[in-house]
Design a protein. Structure first.
Length: 325
């Protein structure tokens, strides 16, 4: 069998299910792992995952709750929420073949450790090869076969190219890079900034304010990226600016939707994962440690931590001293 023929997806949420479909469409042999046996059996039988309602599972996808079976694949996609990645990969690690690529598809930074997703994989599965996939791509769009482009990064360029070949198709186009840190920072920061964008819209501050917020948000994302050694072209690419533009523009983004609710003074949407709410405090701690100014992200963290009202946060941002762009 040629290298990278089989793919397992760990985490049967919306994104994991969409990516299982992507891999099946690319001609891989695909296993979708759900940790709950009943949930796995239900998806296997019904060929629909309630987390991705209305989307029929590709007939080639096998669903399992047996981690040892899932671990046999040539490529692993780790698609749990960011704060659950360490547990999921740790569970998988003893069963993996040496040097198996484990691609993080979560967007966030680990609480407490400040570790990025590939660092978490390297610690939880030391014999695996960590990689990251991130970019502007809603699970629903991807699962419906709408055109999408993302970035896939790992330190070894030949492997990055091979992974792109294994997963890519006409409608799901990964671009490869070796700038792992650049890709990780874009995906983590854009979620926090999308909450701010949702607040701007929820507060009816206007389209001009939304454009200003998104642009100044990119400026702080890029500042942190540069301080952490990311490349400018990655920050301005699909996983940075591209994903920021998507997530700051529509309530299809759960992070934007959270901000929208906050801005309107409504309750947060129930049962919708908004990674930015978990990332915000860690991102701000990381920025402070790097001496990077991130006023928008700091405001989001303070609002979510009940240390600042939305009105006070807006006034604080609007009355900052004028400075060079
Ligand atoms: N939904 C989307 O459009 C996209 C999501 N992402 C990212 O993908 C990650 C996951 O998001 P979603 O799939 O949307 O969330 P989700 O809430 O739909 O699903 C998360 C899944 O992870 C599973 N899980 C949690 N801990 C686990 C563990 N230890 N072992 C195995 N499975 C575990 C849960 O049971 C659940 O099925 C997030 O970091 C998100 O930012 C990235 C791009 C697009
Ligand atoms: O990461 C995403 C799109 O690229 C999904 O965004 P949300 O998690 O905000 O829904």
């Amino acid at each position: 069998m040629p290298a990278h023929m089989s793919v397992s997806v760990i985490g049967a949420g919306a994104w994991g299910t969409a990516l299982a479909d992507v891999a099946a469409r690319a001609g891989r042999k695909v296993t979708l792992y759900a940790r709950n046996a009943e949930h796995a059996a239900q998806i296997q039988a019904m060929r629909v995952n309630p987390r991705l309602a209305g989307v029929q599972l590709h007939p080639g996808i096998a669903v399992t709750s047996d981690i040892a079976v899932a671990a046999l694949a040539d490529i692993i996609l780790a698609v749990t929420p960011a704060q659950h990645l360490r547990a999921a990969v740790g569970h998988l690690a003893p069963h993996l073949k040496p040097d198996t690529p484990v691609i993080a598809c979560a967007k966030g930074i680990e609480h407490g450790t400040h570790k990025f997703m590939t660092e978490v994989i390297a610690e939880a599965a030391p014999r695996a090869v960590p990689a990251i996939l991130s970019g502007p791509s809603f699970a629903d769009d991807v699962a419906r076969g709408l055109p999408t482009a993302v970035t896939l990064a790992t330190r070894d360029e030949a492997l990055a190219r091979a992974l792109v070949q294994a997963l890519g198709s006409a409608t799901f186009r990964p671009y490869h890079t070796t700038d792992v840190r650049g890709v990780e920072i874009g995906g983590a920061a854009k979620n926090v900034l999308a909450i701010a964008a949702g607040i701007v819209v929820g507060k009816n501050l206007g389209a001009s304010a939304l454009a200003a917020l998104t642009t100044r948000g990119f400026s702080e994302l890029a500042r942190l990226g540069r301080a952490c050694g990311a490349r400018a072209e990655t920050l301005a690419g699909l996983s940075g600016l591209g994903d920021l533009l998507l997530s700051c523009s529509t309530a299809q983004s759960r992070n934007f939707a959270l901000g929208l609710a906050l801005g309107r003074g409504e309750a947060a949407p129930i049962g919708k994962l908004a990674e930015g709410a978990f990332t915000a405090p860690v991102l701000c701690e990381l920025a402070a440690a790097q001496k990077v100014d991130m006023p928008v992200s700091n405001a989001v963290a303070a609002i979510l931590g009940d240390r600042l009202t939305i009105d006070a946060a807006i006034e604080g941002l609007l009355t900052r001293p004028f400075k060079a762009e």
